[in-house]
Design a protein around this ligand. Structure first.
Ligand code: ADP
Length: 295
């Protein structure tokens, strides 16, 4: 806990919860902090999904990870803070959702029994609108989406962050206080893995654990002849993870049905459970499930 001037000489200093008003904090700030602390206490595990650049399938992976964890019986929240390209509403067929409040909290959308979803996209009256916000505005919206949404008790909060190392991942890491770590999505080719090295270094600088790297779009198995073609090469993500000393979670192949499922908003992992890519997702989430099972 951070000490401030008000802590000096205070008898409760060693046992304090950290919500004592300091000379610099207003009552509103103290109440906000209490609300945030209360909210974070109810979320057991916080996972941030990052990528070095756009188009590598980060949102597709975030959505399918969240659905897989929910199908495994976990209570999951999926928060989409990809301000410049929120894809979660489309991926989960929630394009017509808006931000609704019961007067106390923002009510998240639900998918099935175990998954609650909130997206920056729900703030946009038109999915094609562009958001032009500076850093402090982004920070304040992300803060509200963590502290004011009725997430309830969660086993996992999965946060889909925009590509790169900008304001949004920075805000999420700071606001979640003690996230379990980051899952980093890349494609196998060299250009993409160079970007992901930056993401890993960013995590190191932020003291954020790297839970693992996922190599997406890793090879294509022809549905007609069964022959495998490594369209974007294969193994680049695995090699890079090894070199940088971070865990490798697995490879997800290219499957045209992922594009179909994404475009129609049907969770791929649920509707195509027997495919190679769905099995790959199952392998990839196992270490993430273990975090909670080992508690
Ligand atoms: P990002 O969030 O990294 O920008 P998206 O998740 O929006 O990327 O994915 C970009 C496109 O790639 C989407 O059309 C998605 O359906 C497709 N895609 C993602 N992963 C796969 C995959 N393994 N096989 C086939 N298409 C994929």
């Amino acid at each position: 806990m951070e000490e401030n001037k008000a802590c000096e000489g205070c008898e409760s200093k060693s046992t304090c919860s950290g919500t004592c008003p300091s000379s610099e904090e207003t009552i509103e700030q103290v109440l906000e902090k209490m609300a945030m602390d209360e909210q974070l206490r109810k979320i057991k595990h916080k996972i941030i999904v990052l990528s070095g650049k756009g188009g590598v399938g980060k949102s597709t992976v975030s959505a399918n990870l969240a659905v897989s964890l929910a199908l495994a019986g976990k209570k999951v929240g999926l928060l989409d803070v990809d301000i410049h390209g929120p894809s979660i509403p489309r991926l989960l067929h929630l394009e017509n959702e808006t931000v609704v409040s019961d007067g106390l909290k923002i009510i998240p959308s639900t998918v099935g029994e175990n998954l609650k979803v909130m997206s920056i996209g729900f703030l946009l009256p038109d999915q094609e609108d562009a958001i032009i916000w500076r850093g402090p505005m982004k920070y304040s919206v992300i803060k509200q989406f963590i502290s004011d949404v009725d997430w309830g008790e969660l086993d996992y909060l999965v946060v889909d962050s925009p590509p790169g190392t900008g304001d949004e991942p920075l805000s999420v890491i700071q606001l979640l206080e003690n996230p379990d770590g980051a899952v980093i999505v890349t494609t196998p080719q060299d250009l993409s893995t160079a970007d992901v090295r930056r993401s890993i270094n960013f995590c190191h600088k932020m003291n954020l654990a790297v839970l693992g790297v996922i190599e997406n779009m890793s090879g294509f198995i022809c549905p007609h002849c069964g022959e495998r073609t490594d369209i974007f090469k294969s193994g680049g993500g695995e090699k890079m993870a090894k070199e940088m000393g971070v865990p490798f979670l697995g490879k997800i192949p290219i499957d045209p049905k992922i594009v179909e499922a994404s475009d129609s908003g049907t969770p791929y992992i649920y509707h195509y459970a027997k495919t190679e890519a769905a099995k790959a997702f199952e392998t990839v989430i196992q270490p993430l499930l273990d975090i909670d099972n080992d508690d």
